[in-house]
Write a new protein. Structure first.
Length: 149
């Protein structure tokens, strides 16, 4: 049974960065606050309130070479937790490719953009722990670069 979290503080809503883009799966989103934001509606019409909980090195909790980023998702009645695992070797390769250093803020933003993609597409929503592949990390990095531009 999912744990209920404390009440969420005032949310920051993501908005479309490129108004000319019509496809909901091809948008870039500008998030003002990566610690507390809304995403939706998803394929079922649900709007999710997302709250960042923690970020830590996966080696300390499950002997994995990842950076784990945990979010709570709430639809008003149910609360779920999702842990996005960013493999460290892929983060280093992505940092070399993009020229952006691996920082706590960068990891949180990459995980948040992947979580948005998950909610919109419905992929991996049944999982609690999601480990990103190289392609998924590159996609999140591309979305983040589009927002930052």
């Amino acid at each position: 049974m999912p744990r209920k979290s404390k009440s969420f503080s005032k949310p920051w809503v993501w908005t479309s960065y490129d108004p000319a883009c019509q496809s909901r799966y091809n948008k870039s989103f500008m998030i003002e606050n990566y610690r507390n934001f809304q995403v939706g509606p998803d394929a079922f019409g649900v709007t999710w309130q997302i709250e960042f909980r923690w970020q830590q090195n996966g080696i300390s909790i499950r002997h994995s070479d990842t950076v784990d980023v945990k979010f709570f998702l709430s639809d008003g009645t149910n609360t779920e937790e999702k842990v996005i695992a960013l493999p460290h070797p892929l983060l280093l390769a992505n940092a070399a490719q993009t020229g952006r250093p691996v920082t706590d803020a960068q990891c949180m933003k990459l995980a948040a953009h992947h979580l948005i993609q998950m909610i919109e597409s419905g992929e991996d929503m049944e999982k609690t722990l999601i480990t990103l592949s190289a392609a998924e990390l590159d996609e999140a990095s591309t979305k983040l670069a589009a927002v930052a531009a």
